[in-house]
Design a protein around this ligand. Structure first.
Ligand code: SF4
Ligand code: SF4
Ligand code: SF4
Ligand code: FES
Length: 352
């Protein structure tokens, strides 16, 4: 039997054998605070924020503990709440967390929990060395490790999702920190700018360079769309700010990309609001490109194709189609060439 029944906060819920407590809770819309866990990444149990009480006694991290049939789970009681507050206080202590001046602009899971639990930075010293801020070497990623909570999500995102293995931890204990490759600056590393680490970083330690100063996260409006760059058809959530400016692209979990994007889908949308973007066909007249109507441009192309076919036959014409088109558009292109022009000279940019 693959189905299990467990009790979470007094409510019976079903899950599947092999799921963790956190996965069963998530599937049943029950929130358990978590920071190092992400559904698309392997589980490490690093932050301890997801602790729950099992069968009235044991405290276990719900992101790593398997749910067992008949188990009884309490997601929060007074001692658990105090542990969470203490853990969040420690996370604030070991970094520079002035949210007012943070590049996360409100897109920060740590900030959300700190507010939820009303936690303040403890008035103590913490022996962690300040880390270099790198805002200049990459035109894609800003890195401020003083806001890093050492959750390791970026490392796993780069290793398990993009399979680029850029990030790693070095040193031990309170001095543990990130390195890119063998301690390079991010812009000089082997990073291919997919942005997966930034999308999955739960704090302002890694942020997108082009998003800087474009507006607070809660003021952004989200619209889902499909990437225009290739046939994978990645689903993207585009965010626009109060001024209507397109500011960032995040991978949508429901698409074939399962939340991931490549550099083109992630950053290749700036043309949308460029003033010199082509919005009408251009035709060369007297050596100069000038704007034309679609009718004029298409009539011109049709006349040329007819003239070439009449003079040299249909095989004097070939068509090259594009991965940026849909399947349907590519189908129409070959149909047009075979059925209307009368040639099999059809090819596709992917073979160039
Ligand atoms: S990383 Fe989060 S908690 Fe830290 S300063 Fe930025 S917004 Fe605040
Ligand atoms: S942007 Fe992509 S390749 Fe670069 S470090 Fe992040 S996950 Fe790795
Ligand atoms: S940079 Fe972000 S994702 Fe990476 S370890 Fe630090 S807080 Fe976690
Ligand atoms: S979310 Fe479970 S330990 Fe971090």
């Amino acid at each position: 039997m693959d189905t299990i029944i467990i009790t979470i906060d007094g409510k019976q819920v079903t899950g599947k054998r092999g799921q963790t407590i956190l996965e069963v809770a998530n599937a049943n819309d029950i929130d358990i605070p978590h920071l190092c866990y992400h559904p698309r990444l392997s589980k490490t149990g690093a932050c301890r924020l997801c602790l729950v009480r099992i069968d009235g006694k044991m405290l276990k991290t719900s992101c790593t503990e398997f749910a067992l049939d008949g188990m009884s789970v309490v997601t929060e009681d007074e001692p658990l709440k105090n542990i969470r507050k203490w853990l969040l206080g420690l996370l604030l202590l070991e970094g520079d967390h002035n949210c007012l001046y943070c590049d996360a602009d409100g897109d920060c899971e740590l900030q959300t929990y700190v507010k939820m639990y009303n936690v303040e930075r403890p008035d103590e010293d913490f022996p962690r060395n300040p880390r270099e801020v790198d805002y200049v070497t990459s035109n894609a990623i800003k890195r401020n490790e003083n806001r890093c909570i050492v959750c390791g999500r970026c490392i796993r995102a780069c290793k398990e999702v993009q399979v680029q293995n850029v990030w790693g931890f070095t040193e031990r204990g309170s001095q543990t920190h990130l390195i890119a490759d063998d301690d390079k600056r991010i812009g000089e590393s082997s990073c291919v700018k997919c942005g997966a680490c930034v999308q999955l970083c739960p704090t302002g330690a890694l942020t997108f360079q082009p998003v800087l100063g474009t507006g607070l996260n809660w003021d952004l409006k989200k619209e889902s769309s499909i990437c225009i760059y290739c046939g994978v058809g990645c689903k993207i959530d585009f965010y626009t700010n109060k001024e209507g400016l397109l500011v960032k692209a995040m991978g949508n979990d429901d698409g074939p990309n399962k939340g991931h994007l490549c550099i083109k889908g992630r950053f290749g949308f700036d043309f949308v609001q460029k003033p010199n973007r082509l919005k009408a066909p251009l035709m060369k007249k007297d050596g100069q490109f000038v704007e034309a109507s679609w009718d004029e441009a298409l009539d011109f192309v049709a006349d040329k194709l007819k003239a070439i076919k009449k003079q040299d036959g249909p095989d004097a014409i070939a068509a090259l189609s594009s991965a940026k088109c849909t399947n349907e558009e590519n189908y129409l292109m070959q149909k047009f060439m075979r059925g209307v022009i009368g040639t099999n000279n059809v090819d596709h940019c992917a073979r160039l």
